[in-house]
Write a protein that binds this ligand. Sequence first.
Ligand SMILES: [Zn+2]
Length: 138
Amino acid sequence: MALAHVASMRSEDPYRKVGAAALDFDNRVIGTAYNGLAPGFNAPEGFWDDREARQKFMLHAEVNLCSLFRRGEAKLVATTTMPCTACMQTLCAYGIREIYYRDVYHSSDAPEIARLYGVRLERVDFTPFDGGPIPAAP
Ligand SMILES: [Zn+2]
């Protein structure tokens, strides 16, 4: 979840920053991703001002994450927000067995989808950085 949180900090979306991280079956990190625009696309002036207008263009963190591996390679995904219905379907298609999220997303059907497919979907608490600045090594 710490990796997902750090990934979320890279999102350019001023309204909602979502990050995600994937582990393989040996618990190695396969990748991290965040919500944003298609690779190589530079947003025109004013693009970030209208949340409603830009929503359909935003690629969700989970979709960007799944672009980093092939089906069956990842076992676990941590995401800062519960996957939306479409992302939950995508994660299931990629064979993800465990999904952990921090923030609840009420309009998502993810819990129902997880139950049907036997995917573990669990909320976890995560306090990003609670101890103030990290002192530099002497
Ligand atoms: Zn989504």
